[in-house]
Design a protein around this ligand. Structure first.
Ligand code: GRF
Length: 185
C-alpha cells in the first residue's frame, strides 16, 4: 500500500495521485532527481515525506543506490513514475521488478519516447491519449494496465492536445494505481 512517486518537474500527476489517495494506497515518499523540482515544494507543503538528490557529480550508480535506500527506508512497495525524466538502470528495474509503474502520454505501443503529441498529430491519428504501464528494461515497453483516449481536434497543436491529455492522465493514473496496489499487495 505504501507508494513512492518519482518526479522531475511540475508534478501535476503526483498532485492528482496524492489528492486521490483514499486508502487504496498511501503516498509514503515523493522523490526527485531534481532538487529544485516545482512539485517537491508542493509535496513538502502537504506534509509529505520528500527526498531529492541530483545524479550530477556522483554518477548514476551512486544516485540509484541512494534512491533505493530511501525507498526501502520509507517501506515502499510500489513506485509510481510521474513525469520522472531519467531512465532507470536495468539493475534498478530488476531490483523492483513488476513494482514500478509509469504514465506515458500516448496510446502505447504507439509513440514511445518523446514528442508523442506532435507525432500523433503529424500521423493524422484520430486520437491521442495516455497509458499507464509497468516499467521494464525497454523504454515505455512494459505491460499496459490502463489507457484513456482523447480525440484530436482540427487545429490541435502539440500544446493544446497535451493539455487535454494531461486532464485524462490525472483521472487515469490514480484509478490504475489503486487497482494495481489492490492486486499486488
Ligand atoms: C506527463 O505528461 C507525463 O505523461 C509525462 O510527463 C508529463 C509530466 O507532467 N511522462 P507532470 O510533471 O505530472 O505535471
Amino acid at each position: 500500500k505504501r507508494v513512492a512517486i518519482l518526479i522531475s518537474g511540475r508534478g501535476s500527476n503526483m498532485m492528482s495521485l496524492v489528492a486521490a489517495a483514499d486508502g487504496a494506497y498511501e503516498v509514503a515518499l515523493v522523490a526527485s532527481d531534481k532538487p529544485d523540482a516545482a512539485g517537491l515544494g508542493w509535496a513538502k507543503a502537504q506534509g509529505l515525506a520528500t527526498w531529492a538528490l541530483s545524479p550530477k557529480g556522483i554518477g548514476k550508480p551512486a544516485y540509484e543506490a541512494a534512491l533505493d535506500a530511501a525507498l526501502r527506508d520509507a517501506g515502499v512497495g510500489t513506485i509510481a513514475l510521474a513525469g520522472y525524466m531519467r531512465l532507470l538502470s536495468d539493475d534498478f528495474v530488476a531490483r523492483w521488478r513488476g513494482r514500478i509503474l509509469n504514465i506515458h502520454p500516448s496510446l502505447l505501443p504507439k509513440y514511445k519516447g518523446l514528442d508523442t503529441h506532435a507525432r500523433a498529430i503529424e500521423a493524422g491519428d484520430s486520437h491521442g491519449g495516455c497509458s499507464v504501464h509497468v516499467v521494464t528494461e525497454e523504454l515505455d515497453g512494459g505491460a499496459v494496465l490502463g489507457q484513456a483516449e482523447v480525440a484530436i481536434e482540427p487545429g490541435d497543436t502539440p500544446e493544446t492536445l497535451a493539455a487535454r491529455v494531461l486532464v485524462a492522465e490525472h483521472r487515469l493514473y490514480p484509478r490504475v494505481l489503486a487497482d494495481f496496489v489492490a492486486q499486488t499487495s
